[in-house]
Design a protein around this ligand. Structure first.
Ligand SMILES: O=C(O)CCC(=O)C(=O)O
Ligand SMILES: [Fe+2]
Length: 453
């Protein structure tokens, strides 16, 4: 059996960043009562006119007005106790039904890219169908997490990383997280050719026993399929906003290795004592292109916006634990009826750091919290190469793209999951059967070998 430590570039669990000037503007303690009014919804039709010249645009995040102002919701009120952070107040963008490349789409794409570059996060409104899919998926997650431990713990598969992860089982930067998770990866039965060929991470999703599909599988699958379309729509808009050719991003997501983490966080006073007090998930970046998240009304998510002073590349050395206890975190209050979208490692690599992966972490609150993180990813087989043109004219450091070997997404994903779950049966089987070596085979590297601008 090959030792995990002998594998090429396998960083330690979910990673971290370095030194950033602390925000000089007001920082709100979680106990502060803040009243704010929500900003207007972005209107794609008027976006071009509405976009102010760069210098006049608002500073990263609009800080809420003082407590005495009237109306609005106390967004900062839901911040978990014991945390100190600026409270983010995000504009809510509305996406069109279809992206056609119209002037409105181009303006919206530019506005999204600007917001990611400024804040590291965007907020988009759910349409009626998405609200209903989210309600159904959330109800299914409540049902699942209420099951006895033994029933949840049985939801494990030895070939895929899908299924249950108990509170305290996941490790970020060497410290156990309190989150309780059900991961959904591509659900492939045992007769599927990639599963038969023993490709790493490929296998069935171990739905709970007795699920007649309506309990868990259907609501989760419908939710994920809808976000699959939403993810590609966002990438099309990002292509317009970056000024790269159509397909420059979406070419990678055909048969994308999209997956979802269904999460429950215990209240801070009811943990199993296996993690670090108050901590839900430690600071990390996620692995692919986009993370589209929904959270209930409890609150717990913090992010760090892009900074010139904070350089990291999670595919080279782990960004887990990055600046976990530093200043400079922004609390993202739950806004019902919206998804938030942050960026992953592959978006950073593709755009030569023009867009950067968004470091984030989760704190435990006084009530239990439920959230969904959907990951919009390249195909497992994709070899990602930095974009040649566009992206504001930025090019990768001094590297010539033709010489760049690129990043094989399937290898990055496998490294990250082995890192997070060193003791899981899936990791043990992967190593015991030397599946890792298959990642070098040409049939696992079929998408995107040549750079596209
Ligand atoms: O709970 C959240 O809002 C985010 C979860 C997260 O960061 C993850 O699952 O990777
Ligand atoms: Fe995450």
């Amino acid at each position: 059996m090959k030792s995990i430590f002998a594998l090429p570039r396998l960083p330690l669990s979910r990673t971290a960043m370095v030194g950033r000037a602390s925000l000089s503007t007001a920082v709100h303690e979680s106990s502060a009562l803040i009243r704010v009014t929500m900003p207007p919804v972005f209107n794609a039709k008027t976006a071009q006119l509405a976009l102010p010249p760069k210098a006049a645009r608002r500073a990263p995040f609009t800080l809420p007005p003082p407590a005495c102002s009237s109306g609005g919701v106390g967004l900062g009120q839901t911040m978990p106790p014991g945390y100190k952070a600026q409270v983010g107040q995000l504009n809510t963008f509305k996406l069109p039904e279809r992206v056609t490349g119209s002037t409105g789409d181009m303006a919206l794409g530019k506005a999204l890219v600007d917001a990611w570059r400024r804040d590291g996060i965007i907020q988009i409104s759910m349409n009626d169908q998405q609200r209903s899919l989210w309600q159904d998926a959330k109800a299914a997650s409540h049902r699942f997490f209420r099951k006895p431990h033994s029933e949840k713990a049985a939801c494990v598969d030895s070939q895929s990383y899908a299924g249950y992860i108990a509170s305290g089982e996941e490790v970020t930067d060497g410290i156990a997280d309190y989150s309780e998770i059900f991961t959904i990866t591509k659900d492939l039965d045992l007769s599927e050719p990639r599963v038969r060929a023993k490709w790493p991470c490929h296998g069935p999703c171990p739905w709970p026993a007795g699920d007649d599909e309506s309990e868990m599988k259907q609501p989760m699958t419908r939710y994920n399929e809808n976000l699959g379309a939403e993810g590609d729509k966002l990438l099309q808009l990002a292509e317009l906003g970056l000024g790269v050719s159509p397909g420059a991003l979406t070419r990678y997501t055909r048969d994308g290795w999209h997956h979802t983490r269904v999460l429950r966080f215990p209240p801070r006073n009811a943990t199993n004592g296996k993690g670090k007090e108050g901590r839900g998930i430690g600071s990390h970046t996620d692995y692919g292109l986009l993370v589209i998240s929904a959270q209930d009304d409890v609150g717990g998510l913090f992010i760090r916006g892009p900074s010139q002073n904070e350089k990291f590349a999670n595919w080279e050395s782990s960004a887990a634990g990055l600046r976990e206890d530093d200043d400079g975190w922004v609390y993202i209050p739950p806004v019902q009826g919206t998804h938030t979208v942050i960026l992953g490692d592959m978006m950073q690599y593709l755009t030569n750091n023009f867009l950067t992966a968004t470091p984030h972490k989760v704190g435990l609150n006084t009530r239990e919290r439920f959230a969904f993180a959907y990951f919009h990813e390249p195909s497992f087989q994709a070899v990602i190469k930095p974009l040649d043109h566009g992206c504001g004219g930025l090019r990768s450091t001094n590297k010539n793209n033709d010489d760049d070997k690129g990043i094989h997404y399937g290898t990055h994903f496998t490294n990250m999951f082995m890192r997070n779950y060193p003791d899981r049966v899936t990791t043990k089987r992967l190593l015991a059967e030397d599946r890792y070596s298959l990642l070098a085979r040409p049939e696992l590297r079929t998408i995107g070998a040549a750079p596209v601008s």
